[in-house]
Design a protein around this ligand. Structure first.
Ligand code: FES
Length: 109
């Protein structure tokens, strides 16, 4: 599958997640420096879709439900037992594109 336009780059604000739906996938976009990262809005702990409401700082999102934290660049856990799925994302001409068919697996592969 190829990349799909999901929103304007300006819609992705610093310091918080931006929730988007792409081909039935509930995703959250985060700004990390000049890059946009896309992760599944599905916490591996108890699978609540609340990461878009999580505390976000320096590339790390913390789930508001029970405090598990993840690096949004890689999906790697910071203090958690699971891993976030990540999706390729890029900005072209001010539009954010995500490839929903190329997610990393829950174990990072
Ligand atoms: S559901 Fe996210 S930490 Fe529990």
């Amino acid at each position: 599958m190829s990349s799909i336009p999901v929103c304007s780059e300006q819609d992705v604000r610093s310091g918080r997640g931006t929730r988007v739906r792409v081909n039935g996938e509930d995703l959250v976009l985060f700004r990390v420096d000049e890059h946009i990262c896309a992760v599944a809005n599905n916490c591996p702990h108890q699978h609540f879709a609340k990461l878009h409401d999580g505390l976000y700082e320096n590339g790390i999102v913390t789930c508001p439900m029970h405090g598990w934290s993840f690096d949004v660049r890689t999906g790697a856990p910071v203090n958690a037992g699971g891993r976030l799925r990540t999706f390729p994302a890029e900005v072209r001409n001010g539009t954010v594109y995500v490839d929903p068919g190329t997610a990393s697996s829950d174990d990072g592969r």
